[in-house]
Design a protein around this ligand. Structure first.
Ligand SMILES: Nc1nc2c(c(=O)[nH]1)N[C@H]1C(S)=C(S)[C@@H](COP(=O)(O)O)O[C@H]1N2
Ligand SMILES: [Mo]
Length: 545
């Protein structure tokens, strides 16, 4: 290190720790340049995978069995941002290591970045919807951009000969900056703290701006809505319009039908899959006498029916919002299965998605005359929004989404129960996923301050497709009081419940419990969502003055 320029003011900067820091900064900035190049390319050229998304999806797919809580938190919409951020941070960490290595050997730094680029390429190429060619193009350009930036910055940092784009024909190869450098280096090609900092800031700001631009363009390629051209044919078998007793109005009560925009969204995708309905196909395969293939038009030409079904997520916490009720339009799954001719012994129906996601549920459950599983193409009278599975998804009344409600459905495969496990089963979730009986207090909300006197307590309760028989409410662990219920649309849907309470001053805890159509009351025993759905009573505490 003795050949490094030193001076009083830059002592720490040129001390070994200072040099290492400079190299690490160079690495991080170079990493940002590489990531930005990848995001920009993905945003500008449709079909080019974002390497950040690819690595994130790969990590989601790799969730080791037992990492249930991590998996649950990865589910939520906000946590998708967290996955992106985590991938970027890990990439920057690798780049920091590369930078540190570069302060001794640029070759080894470049090799590390190439290795990382290769990992990102493999992750991208493994994505079900990706084009390996575009994945390779993106990984190559991103890696080259990162290595190029690192080379320039290491040059500015004085570890290597600086890269000069303006050739020294004007006799000022070092540029004016070097001469004016407060660090006081006199050699023309000497490292300059200021030039290094200026270049680093330029690269970092440019990378952030272009990376964000790339991501904005990328998100625009993946809207949550259905394509504008999509239309939903009228169903031949329509649901009865809702009547007043089926849809109560009370302060803060959850509407009986959740709009498409407000409906919860859960899937493993960091970007909403965009399916071209004109080339999309739905295959019926496996243990059937006649394998079938439907185009979107053929599916729409089937007799369509409407039904309200409440869909719930196994990850929903007690009192959580990962549940909703909608009017679904679709073809009868039973009709499609009858056309295909299900062979005896085909004990499981597997749903496969264009995104690689899979579910599995018993054939017997789907064929039970008590329920109408469907291949849904419409949601609340509109074509399925892209984020809810356009062009088609499965809806199986009574089952949690993770074992049934395949969005962006591409294949229905008949097999045995033993032969296959759906996506979440090896990750520690139950193979059977009947929706657990649950009830929720929506009004008043926990922590609310109320005035003494008459207070409306209300919420929803669901047990698809056993139906809800009764809902009880208790205050401060007192006597259970039966609540008033909305008239159930069907056993497959939730009900609203309501009770008027004479609130007295003090802090009070409101609890709710539901009894399903079989007469079974939900258990008070608290259980986390994994592996079969959360249990326990929802309780909210309010203060009354
Ligand atoms: N292709 C695909 N379909 C999927 C999932 C997924 O990750 N990928 N998640 C399932 C889960 S866990 C649930 S709860 C429901 C949620 O459907 P929604 O997003 O329309 O509310 O979709 C199911 N279908
Ligand atoms: Mo779910």
């Amino acid at each position: 290190m003795s050949d490094r320029p030193t001076s009083g003011r830059s002592k720490s900067w040129f001390s070994p720790p200072g040099l290492a820091l400079r190299a690490i900064v160079a690495g991080i900035v170079a990493g940002a340049v590489g990531i930005a190049a990848s995001e920009l390319l993905a945003g500008m050229i449709t079909g080019t995978p974002s390497l950040v998304v690819a690595v994130g999806s790969f990590i989601i797919a790799l969730q080791p069995p037992g990492a249930k809580d991590v998996v649950i938190s990865v589910f939520g919409t906000n946590d998708k941002t967290a996955v992106n951020v985590a991938v970027v941070l890990v990439a920057l960490l690798v780049a920091a290591v590369a930078g540190f290595m570069g302060h001794r050997s640029f070759e080894s730094a470049a090799r590390l970045l190439i290795a990382f680029g290769l990992v990102a390429f493999l992750a991208a190429a493994l994505q079900p919807l990706s084009s390996p060619g575009l994945a390779a193009l993106n990984a190559t350009i991103a890696t080259a951009a990162g290595i190029g930036a690192l080379r320039i910055l290491l040059g500015e940092a004085g570890f290597m000969a600086p890269v000069r784009f303006e050739l020294p024909t004007f006799g000022r190869a070092g540029g004016g900056l070097a001469a004016a450098d407060p660090a006081g280096s006199s050699a023309v090609l000497a490292p300059s703290r200021r030039r290094f900092l200026v270049r680093s800031v330029e690269f970092a700001v440019g990378a952030i701006a272009l990376g964000v631009l790339g991501r904005v363009l990328l998100d625009r390629q993946h809207p949550g809505s259905a394509p504008v051209s999509a239309t939903l044919p009228a169903a031949s078998d329509t649901a009865q319009p809702l009547t007043a007793p089926e849809s109560l109005s009370a302060p803060g009560i959850t509407p009986i039908v959740i709009s498409n925009d407000s409906f919860y969204r859960i899937d493993t995708d960091l970007l909403i899959p965009q399916v071209d309905a004109s080339t999309w196909q739905l295959k019926v395969t496996g243990m059937v006498d006649h394998p079938l293939v439907f185009t979107y038009q053929q599916l729409l030409a089937m007799p369509l029916f409407e039904q309200y079904v409440t869909l719930a997520c196994v990850s929903n916490e007690v009192g959580g919002s990962l549940v909703g009720n909608a009017l679904w339009t679709g073809a009868h799954l039973k009709t499609v299965l009858a056309q295909a001719g299900v062979q005896s012994g085909a004990s499981q129906i597997v749903g496969r998605s264009v995104d690689g996601f899979t579910v599995g549920f018993p054939t017997e459950y789907a064929l039970d005359p008590a329920r109408e599983p469907m291949i849904a193409v419409g949601m609340n009278g509109k074509p399925l929004p892209a984020e809810h599975g356009y062009p088609a998804r499965l809806i199986v009344p009574g089952l949690f989404g993770y074992v049934s409600a395949t969005k962006w459905l591409s294949e229905i495969q008949l097999t045995t129960r033993e032969a296959f496990n759906g996506y979440w089963v090896p990750l520690g979730w139950a193979k059977d996923g009947p929706i657990v009986t649950e009830s929720r207090v929506d009004h008043p909300t926990g922590g609310a301050s109320l005035s003494a006197g008459s207070v409306d307590i209300d919420g929803v309760a669901w047990a698809p497709d056993r139906g809800i028989q009764g809902v009880d409410v208790r205050i401060d662990a007192g006597q259970w009081q039966p609540a008033f219920l909305s008239r159930a649309i069907s056993k497959a849907t939730w009900v609203q419940w309501w009770l008027r309470w004479q609130a007295t001053p003090g802090s009070h805890t409101i609890e709710v419990r539901a009894t399903d159509g079989t007469g079974a009351t939900q258990t008070e025993a608290k259980h986390a969502p994994a592996p079969s759905g959360a249990t326990g009573f929802h309780a909210v505490t309010v203060s009354v003055t």
